[in-house]
Design a protein around this ligand. Structure first.
Ligand code: FE
Length: 133
């Protein structure tokens, strides 16, 4: 299988929009309530915008009020990787695509049942495939 985690910056620059590059490769954050999937409710799968890897299901999406698409679980174990993020004078857990290493957002432990997790994800890092309502 192709190693998507060690592609040079130029590979992603050619394939991603500047905003997608900023979020997924430079660990950026989209403005709250600006993303196209914040209020998306249709049934489907949210994939990595950079590599198509399935990440989240609409089944675990919930309204967090934060302004970013929020999920209480990943689509399957191993879909994402996490990393401690000490930037911006906070201790957070960064969420990355397990296939290509794209920065997706952060996960917090104040989510709803059954997991108590809140995956706070940038719309820009996602590609929705399903019923758009
Ligand atoms: Fe990816």
């Amino acid at each position: 299988m192709e190693d998507m985690k060690n592609k040079p910056e130029s590979y992603w620059k050619e394939r991603l929009t500047p905003e997608q590059f900023r979020i997924t490769r430079m660990r950026g954050t989209e403005r709250p309530f600006s993303g196209e999937y914040v209020t998306q409710k249709g049934d489907g799968v949210y994939r990595c915008v950079a590599c198509d890897h399935p990440l989240f299901s609409s089944d675990t999406k919930f309204e967090s009020g934060t302004g970013w698409p929020s999920f209480y679980d990943v689509i399957e174990q191993g879909s994402v990787e996490t990393k401690t993020d000490l930037s911006h004078l906070m201790v957070r857990t960064e969420v990355l695509c397990a296939n290509c290493g794209a920065h997706l957002g952060h996960v917090f432990d104040d989510g709803p049942n059954p997991t108590g997790q809140r995956y706070c994800i940038n719309s820009v890092a996602l590609k929705f495939e399903g019923d758009e309502k």
